[in-house]
Write a protein that binds this ligand. Sequence first.
Ligand code: GLN
Length: 482
Amino acid sequence: MTYTQMSMAEIRVLLDDKQLSSRELTEAYLRRIEKIEPRLHAYIKVTPEQALADADAADSRRAAGQCLSAIDGVPMALKDIFCSEGVVTTCASKILYNYQPPYDATCWAKLKAGGAVLLGKCNMDEFAMGSSTENSAYGVTHNPFDPDYVPGGSSGGSAAAVAADLAAYTLGTDTGGSVRQPAHFCGVVGIKPTYGRISRYGIIPYASSLDQAGVLAKSCYDAATVLEIASGQDRMDSTSAPQPVGAYREACGRSVAGMRIGVPREFCGEGVQSAILDELWAAVDKLRAQGAAVEEVSLPHTPYALPVYYVLACAEASSNLARYDGVRYGLREAADNVYDMFAASRSAGFGAEVKRRIMLGTYALSSGYYDAYYNKTLQVRTLIKQDYDRVFADGFDALLTPPAPSQAFRLGEKVDDPLTMYLQDVCTVPVNLAGLPAIVVPVALHQGLPLGLQLIGAPFAEEKLFTAGSAIESARLVPSGL
Ligand code: GLN
């Protein structure tokens, strides 16, 4: 096995034993990126100088017996939505083509303080709006298992980078499934923790009441390792949670005996690819064989989640994206007066999907429609959340579902049909509306492409997700064509 194929847990043993230096490891990743990246385009920007400098610093610390954490010296990458001081952060938009953040996102600062080595910034859908990474202003990312297929989105570059061994782990964000659906499409582990578990400070906002950072990694254990470091309350984000960070690594591999797992019937009906349901029932057998009780449950408001999500996410996006006006930062187009300058800059800077959502959101918030759309949506959001509250109050530890209706689809297949693209998110958006944690773990290959399963937990029950997730995760799925 080459170094870049190893899990973080395996790498750490070699680093600690001084059989491998962080510089050697980082050089191995940079060579692999040079070789594979032209075919995949998982990165918007690679930062080799920074990576090698970070690696040398990690090696000096280790030599002095001052290793900072379990991720010290391990090469990783960030979705290009996380502010990184001194490294251009575009959010895959033309409007931020030259934006150099003056500070680090809190979660990135925490990983940095733990010794993370930054390989670069990953491709994504513009402003995290999309499910295929085809909405990037900087070109599409290809699925490492088949270049004719999408990697999912919006954190498609982050998932593809982990699957193709172009980073040991990555951070993504998940507003309606953007960590979990690409994890499913690329055969890696993706966790979106409880809303507020990771600080949102320094993450370019899409829909603030739904946005949450998450981790993409090669195993549950690796994801747990990173989540322990990235999480925690932050005085720069008043919605960040005061609850103590769990012992996520210890939860991996723990017995599921005595756990109660629900399978919501609304997630397993028509329209879900049969291969995914076959895998779901196989996982049920596996969990039962290990002593868990599995029962069917009902979440009756599930059918409303998708429309509620798209009204709410677009409404919040239209307000959040008002700041890109050509004055404070980003692209500016010359015009005769300030209003024309705003219009020209926004027209040239935003892509078609972003404009569509700004218009939908502005409409839902406009006077006369506000009550009918925005306020009604908030009411139904509460009903959706209450479905989950009820099931968890009944004593269920986690819910097992498909992560999406299908496995990866072909590049170009849905890009001209926004509604079909939105339908991709039907299994993931209820989780964001309810503010819950959820993990996707790879379980099998089907016709050469990965399949994952999703586990949803009660607020701050990430440990249970790592326990149940590690009980059903397959051995690592490796793309053969690279
Ligand atoms: N695909 C969903 C959307 O387009 C989710 C995106 C996300 O989670 N950032 O809004």
